[in-house]
Design a protein around this ligand. Structure first.
Ligand code: M6R
Length: 596
């Protein structure tokens, strides 16, 4: 989703900003822009499309060492030049970049700006016009900025330049991620530490409703009422090489390849001194004290939650409900007496999940966040965090984070179980090897995909039990990166309606990794084949049959998703490649969805 960068120091701000925006490209965007300030005033460059397009329109002769930049993922107004950020006030005194959604922007416009002719369709422009409005009424810039912020309902991360305030970036944040990076004689702002890691690894977290007056040699953090806040920087534990593609053509391929290592790393990270996989005592106690867990998540993380429910119920005997975050907050079910909320989120920034977290905290309940980004909003605001240790995931399509989520969920359920009849550490090691085997056969998936999916307009994934949940994830992966209409179904449910869609050649990818239902799913495959479907069966060793497209090595049944999901990831990846799609940056999508 939208990304913000800002720089104030001695270097050529244009280049620092453009490079920073390139590092935020993975978040998803449809236009980009920068504004730099020098003695001549503020120079704005923006363009629809990619950063590469923006680079073409940036005037290299402009020299400036202060600036702000933005990648926009359209919410209010179509993606075009006019709606791209930065936006300026009518007199061009103030220039702003903004992430988030201002819910009351129409009301504010009506009340304070009836005579202002708006240039864009965005909610953002209202913010910059309000700052100008209040400054025209006699307020100093900081006061006008704070007063404007106090009127905004919704979410914002903001960088603001003023032609009349030398070498300063005014910064603010509420419900949208934003960090301040600290350097020697320079400071930066960024939605994500990754964007500015090439210039500093020292970052200061901002809390909601704080503003920052950033200069090259100082950072002042204040609350909206003007009270000063002191906060020390932390070191971002990110390795720049983790966020480089290296020789890989796509981040998605690199991240799929990392999956065996991710499972092994997690196992090590969650090992105690005796070598057993475990979690910290306080989190284990909170889970054991709960009478029911409510897993809240979106997209791929929701699919991981469905698997997590099986782990908690089958391994730890703890009842679980899994809910889509965008639904839960507005249609809350009757809760148990003593619930614990478990938020699963790769980014830790998903606004749909955060609105639930805010609500359940107001109700007095506790929350655990399972995330790849400790220090993210969902992590900071929950009572407990379990990190995923997957390393930065850059491709919009989540792969290694899903595998990491399942692994951490399995470890958590195992750690709180009163008794277990299997050795999870050993089984995870076997599963990591099985993932490696699938990856080592990726060419087979490439060939398979050409045969099944190169030209189809739709596809079905079917499975039963654990395989059903992986089918849902397979369908999501395929549709988000290849734009093939795909659905994941419980095998037995097809004949209750959906089978009507099966025609000659319709691809049906069936997962058969669960012994108790393997014959049933094969029966479902026969039903669709009888109606012309083109089947592709992915089985597991021990239940394979002649004609299966691929057989994954045997793994502990509950852990089968760790290996079987990799097959559907690879199928989706190659389908997108055959169709010439932008694998890492699929259309209309954002990596971290920071608006509701
Ligand atoms: O960062 P989160 O895990 O909270 O993100 C949730 C979804 O937006 C995310 O999983 C999305 O569905 C992915 N693009 C799927 O690949």
């Amino acid at each position: 989703m939208c990304g913000i960068v800002g720089y104030i120091g001695q270097l050529d701000a244009k280049e620092v900003l453009l490079k920073g925006l390139e590092k935020l490209e993975y978040r998803g965007y449809d236009s980009a822009g920068i504004a730099v300030r020098n003695a001549d005033g503020i120079h704005v460059f923006k363009e629809k499309g990619r950063i590469a397009d923006l680079r073409q329109v940036v005037d290299s002769s402009v020299v400036a060492s202060t600036g702000i930049g933005h990648t926009r993922w359209a919410t209010h107004g179509v993606p075009n030049y006019v709606n791209a950020h930065p936006h300026q006030s009518t007199s061009a005194r103030f220039t702003i970049v903004h992430n988030g959604v201002i819910e009351n922007y129409h009301l504010l416009q009506e009340e304070y700006l009836p005579h202002v002719e708006m240039q864009s369709d965005t909610d953002t422009e209202v913010i910059v016009q309000l700052v100008e409005h209040f400054s025209n009424e006699g307020m100093a810039t900081e006061e006008a900025f704070r007063h404007t912020l106090s009127l905004l309902e919704g979410s914002y991360a903001i960088g603001l330049l003023d032609t009349q305030t030398d070498d300063t970036i005014f910064v603010a944040k509420k419900n949208s991620p934003l960090l301040v990076g600290v350097g020697a004689e320079f400071n930066v702002i960024a939605s994500d530490a990754m964007a500015m890691l090439s210039v500093t690894d020292q970052f200061i977290e901002l809390h909601d409703k704080e503003i920052v007056i950033a200069k090259a040699d100082s950072i002042q953090i204040k609350k909206l009422d003007g009270t000063k806040v002191e906060r020390a920087p932390y070191t971002a534990e990110l390795d720049l090489s983790d966020i480089e593609k290296g020789t890989y053509p796509h981040y998605m391929l690199k991240e799929m390849d990392e999956q065996p290592a991710v499972v092994r790393r997690i196992t090590q990270q969650y090992e105690d001194a005796a070598g057993n996989v475990t979690i910290s005592e306080d989190i284990a106690t909170a889970i054991k004290e709960a009478d029911r867990l409510y897993i809240i998540a979106a997209g791929t993380s929701y699919h991981a939650g469905l698997i997590g429910k099986q782990y908690f119920e089958k391994i730890a005997k703890i009842p679980v409900e899994v809910h889509i975050s965008s639904e839960f907050g507005y249609n809350m079910p009757l809760l148990s007496k003593n619930p614990l909320f478990v938020f699963i989120s790769q980014s830790g920034e998903t606004a749909d999940s955060r609105q639930v977290l805010v609500k359940i905290k107001e109700m007095g309940y506790k929350a655990l966040t399972i995330t790849n980004v400790p220090g993210s909003t969902l992590s900071r605001e929950a009572n407990y965090t379990l990190p995923l240790y997957a390393g930065p995931e850059i491709a919009v399509a989540s792969t290694k984070a899903y595998v990491a989520q399942i692994t951490v969920l399995a470890i958590t359920a195992y750690a709180v179980a009163e008794a277990t009849d299997f050795d999870l550490k050993k089984e995870l090691s076997i599963a990591a090897n099985a993932i490696q085997t699938v990856i080592d056969h990726k060419e087979e998936f490439q060939a398979l995909t050409e045969q099944f999916l190169a030209t189809t307009r739709n596809a079905f994934f079917i499975g039963r039990g654990m395989d059903y949940f992986v089918s849902m994830e397979g369908a999501l992966k395929l549709k988000e990166i290849s734009y093939i209409q795909a659905e994941g179904f419980a095998g037995g449910e097809l004949k209750h309606g959906t089978i009507a869609l099966i025609e000659d050649g319709t691809p049906v990818i069936a997962l058969a990794t669960q012994k108790d239902v393997a014959l049933n799913i094969r029966g479902n495959v026969k039903e669709v084949v009888a109606r012309g479907a083109n089947p592709c069966i992915i089985s597991m060793e021990g239940m394979e049959e002649a004609g299966d497209a691929f057989t994954i090595p045997h793994v502990y049944p509950l852990l089968a998703p760790l290996a079987s999901v990799v097959t559907v990831q690879l199928i989706s990846y190659y389908a997108a490649l055959y169709r010439g799609c932008d694998v890492d940056k699929p259309r209309n999508l954002a990596k971290s969805v920071t608006v509701e």
